[in-house]
Design a protein around this ligand. Sequence first.
Ligand SMILES: *Cc1c(COP(=O)(O)O)cnc(C)c1O
Length: 355
Amino acid sequence: MSRFLRKAYRSLEVYVPGEQPRDKKYIKLNTNESPFPPSPEVLEAVANEAGDLQLYSDPECTALRKTAAELYGLKPENIFCGNGSDEVLNFAFGAFCDETKGMAFPSISYGFYPVYGDLYGLDCAAIPLKDDFSVDPADYFGLDKNIVIANPNAPTGMLLTVPQIRSILDANRDNLVIIDEAYVDFGGKSCLPLIAEYDNLLVVQTFSKSRSLAGARLGFGFAQPEIIADLNRVKYSTNPYNINRCTLAAGEAALRSQAYYDRNCLTIIENRDYTTQALREMGFEVLPSKANFIFARHPQICGETLYRTLKDMGILVRHFSREEIAAFVRITIGSAEQMRALVNAIQTILAGGGN
Ligand SMILES: *Cc1c(COP(=O)(O)O)cnc(C)c1O
């Protein structure tokens, strides 16, 4: 740390991304990427666009927003494009919170929420989950804070219903409620239809999980036009060309390849069911997941040991050292072949043959 760093940043606890190893080829089930490549149309669109990289990208993301608006039955004014949904979340924390209005979120959820809270010096409330690891909507009534909830939640994979979200919106007419739908395409129901009704709702989605574009960095914010205008105020004070040309082209082509991505999601759901059942048969508790990952613990082996042993065997999963969830590992759902390899490796470990 240099002596020049601003005081408020000196104690920041930064977000720690999952490993992106370069040392060897792992079966990579640790950061919830898709095991499938982008659609052929996406690859073609990116190749075509590369020839124009000497030119700035469209700061208004006009074509992408128009295509998305048609697909979702919205207006372009309802849509904000971010450099990953992380940027949408970052701008939202910056735009809608301050020293008088902090942010509330589940205490076990996406690790970036408290980091943004810290970055902006906010008074945040981390709301405990229920004993079964679910989110209780009633815990979010009367807090006088903005709210961000991942739905399905991460790393539990557990889903709130649309009526439950509605109850949170109704109880928070004067607070912004952000629903982070990073994993909604794997069996959840989107709150997108509610934005017409609620001026306090911001729905955030990403192209990183179901649309195989984690490396392109693209996310959406959906809300009433006033909210979108506020996000643009931050964007035009930060980085007007926040989405590069190739990513804009990739995003538009991805929206036009809906059938390809729908098929991939169905495959992930099948592979999730297979893995869940196989792990349960081996004595694991597996939380009911509607995401492209599962969160599982075994009475005989701690999460950290399982993570390390699997890594030695060439399979990467994610372990979180926080006490309440240290017994678990989070396993991204990959291809059928990858999941068979995982199940076989765990069988070997439980039989005492790990390493
Ligand atoms: C992966 C993830 C994001 C971030 O996605 P990007 O679009 O890649 O920035 C946001 N929220 C949750 C809950 C996630 O799991």
